[in-house]
Design a protein around this ligand. Structure first.
Ligand SMILES: Nc1ncnc2c1ncn2[C@@H]1O[C@H](COP(=O)(O)OP(=O)(O)O)[C@@H](O)[C@H]1O
Ligand SMILES: [Mg+2]
Length: 371
């Protein structure tokens, strides 16, 4: 029987756990033509959530989305071509139709080459001279607008948007899309909170205050319990609620790790989960990540390590405790500075009154080591 859990990249319908409220709110925002910012750690389920939402919208109404992942895009030319291809994919037509469409909407007349990549998929290559980069960029950025003219609602999704910082097109992009109509909604998402936050909340930046910040949280305990129990039962295996709670106490409901844990546990379980298989699954999950954690730990300065230990010991609260500061031999000033550095490195994050690790498994791994 096939494992009912999955971890890795974007997930299909059958592996998707809840997020009903997020989907509902996101749909409303998209249809209202808002521009939306979503940041959350890697493997938190951002891409899955957004693609899930827009594919539902597509089934429900006159709607289309354009999805572009900026990871690995390293120049303006590449950006133009990636964007162009993202639009082409959304047109879902034959190569001839797609080319016709572009010839109709583009004032500049670049040559459009059709190539086939390794997997046999069609890709378009836009060829233009260096002198025409800016004008081509401008025109390509305006294509979705033309597309949205006939009343169709369009959502343009930029994944791993923080990469735009290195491309030097932030201003152009902002200028170009700020006049786009209500039929167009843009989603900017990514994993680097430190970079994205600056981009959208720094007065001197082009995207300053131009978006709604959409929050996504961990999937709730209740939803996971139902989801995991149900998947086990449907495949004729059993898991007691207390084991699911044990998983969640380690993964904190972080989507990737929770799926990974459930996946390994299901694999190892014959009929019913017991202590022995639970421990084996836990070991597997940790083993898979531990090399990375060790490297991450090695790359930290002594002060940064001290502060992480302090966060673990104090559960992220009341860190400025004098007794502890002297135990860890760290001064208040450097504690403050180090916390900022760790926030900027996206290793920790904070709520109003508590610091916590962005990666719950890294915390768990460290906790085992420290105590
Ligand atoms: N709604 C969800 N329900 C269950 N598992 C999820 C959900 N969203 C994400 N996951 C798990 O997290 C993994 C990473 O999801 P992904 O959307 O690629 O995250 P991100 O874009 O934030 O890096 C998925 O392969 C899946 O295992
Ligand atoms: Mg993603």
């Amino acid at each position: 029987m096939k494992n009912p859990f999955y971890y890795g990249g974007v997930i299909g319908e059958e592996y998707f756990c809840n997020r009903k409220n997020e989907i509902k709110e996101l749909k409303k925002d998209i249809l209202n033509g808002l521009n939306i910012l979503i940041y959350a750690p890697r493997r938190f389920g951002k891409t899955s959530l957004v693609l899930h939402t827009v594919s539902q919208l597509k089934k429900e109404r006159n709607f289309q989305y354009i999805f572009i992942d900026l990871l690995g895009t390293s120049s303006t030319e590449e950006f133009i071509n990636e964007y162009f291809n993202a639009i082409a994919r959304s047109l879902e037509g034959s190569v001839e139709k797609v080319i016709d469409f572009f010839k109709n909407v583009l004032k500049i007349k670049p040559s459009i080459k059709v190539i086939f990549d390794e997997s046999g998929k069609t890709r378009f290559q836009l060829e233009f001279s260096k002198a025409d980069i800016q004008i081509t960029l401008k025109e390509v950025l305006d294509i979705p607008l033309k597309y949205a003219k006939k009343g169709k609602k369009i959502c343009v999704i930029f994944d791993e948007f923080q990469e735009i910082e290195t491309l030097n097109i932030e201003n152009r992009l902002r200028t170009q899309i700020q006049h786009h109509s209500n039929n167009l909604s843009y989603i900017f998402m990514g994993s680097k909170k430190s970079i994205l936050q600056k981009m959208f909340s720094d007065k001197s930046r082009a995207f300053y205050r131009s978006v709604k910040h959409f929050q996504i949280k961990e999937i709730s305990k209740k939803d996971w319990i139902e989801f995991i129990k149900d998947k086990f039962e449907k495949t004729d295996k059993k898991i007691k609620k207390e084991y699911i709670e044990k998983i969640l106490s380690i993964t904190k409901g972080f989507p990737y790790y929770t799926q990974q844990f459930a996946y390994e546990l299901w694999e190892l379980t014959d009929k019913e989960v017991n202590n022995e298989v639970f421990e084996r699954a836990l070991k597997l999950v940790i083993e898979r990540e531990e090399d990375l954690f060790a490297v991450e730990w090695d790359n930290l300065t002594p002060n940064q390590r001290k502060v992480l230990k302090l966060i673990i010991e104090k559960n992220g609260q009341h860190l400025y405790d004098e007794g502890l500061l002297s135990k860890y031999e760290i001064k208040i000033g450097s504690l403050r500075k180090t916390l900022t550095i760790l926030l900027n490195k996206d290793i920790i994050d904070k709520t109003e009154n508590r610091y916590y690790f962005q990666d719950p498994l890294f915390e768990y791994w460290l906790r085992q080591r420290v105590y």
